[in-house]
Design a protein around this ligand. Structure first.
Ligand SMILES: [Zn+2]
Length: 241
């Protein structure tokens, strides 16, 4: 499994908002600006056939219309799958209504999209991936984290969350886990901080963890205080697991 950290920043950081690619074709999170950014990285958008959304905040799903427009312009005929919490299709439709009125139905007719809406604890699988959705704790509900298995490797992805038992569940059941580390000290009711992630690392010292959704001060702090097996991704960080 190749994990590419396309973005690992929070809204007010220089880095792109949190987004991860698995094996070049599974995109986790579609934050504002990610489609243009992937083009700048010379990544062919048509390769992306599976998309995950953790929750309906703009820095996690605002570029879904731009992803679908790109497929529309490319006249894509192969199916794409968009996976997210219950209400996913309605939320994307609302984005279209706001930004591109009367375009949603036209694009839906031309681009074969399968919407997969998951409830907490629901499992899903197709020929290439197995997914387990877990409920997280964030300022918006539903907010999901995922265990995503491809072949014999599993990636955990927390999305935005405070430190709740399901975060530990993701770490326990994955080969590598990507965790919200927005804040430089302890987290709050919406996000984890460096102290939370360090505590998780003390409990699971051998587990690989990659921090994401970092404000600049959280990134700086974690870079200075080196924690074994905790990766602080630079601009283009890739790891093979
Ligand atoms: Zn959020």
């Amino acid at each position: 499994m190749k994990v590419s950290m396309i973005g690992s920043g929070a809204i007010d950081a220089d880095e792109m908002n949190a987004a991860t690619l698995i094996d070049g074709h599974i995109l986790i999170e579609v934050p504002n600006g990610i489609i243009k950014y992937l083009r700048q990285l010379n990544h062919d958008i048509s390769q992306i056939d599976t998309v995950f959304i953790t929750h309906f905040h703009g820095d996690h799903f605002f570029d879904v219309p731009f992803y679908l427009f790109t497929l529309y312009f490319q006249k894509r005929k192969r199916k794409v799958k968009i996976i997210g919490p219950i209400g996913l299709k309605e939320k994307v439709k609302a984005l279209f209504e706001l930004g591109f009125p009367d375009q949603f139905e036209k694009i839906m007719k031309a681009v074969p999209v399968e919407w997969v809406e998951l409830a907490p604890d629901q499992k899903y699988q197709d020929k290439t991936i197995q997914v387990e959705a877990k409920e997280m704790a964030h300022s918006i509900s539903p907010a999901l984290g995922y265990l995503i298995t491809v072949g014999d490797k599993t990636l955990g992805y927390s999305g935005d969350t405070s430190l709740v038992p399901n975060v530990l569940y993701l770490v326990e059941h994955s080969d590598v886990t990507i965790l919200d580390m927005s804040l430089k000290r302890t987290g709050n009711k919406d996000h984890m901080g460096f102290f939370d992630v360090r505590k998780i690392k003390e409990e699971y010292p051998e587990k690989l963890v990659i921090a994401t959704h970092m404000r600049t001060e959280a990134r700086n702090r974690a870079t200075i205080e080196h924690v074994r097996n905790l990766y602080i991704p630079s601009k283009m960080f890739e790891i093979l697991i």
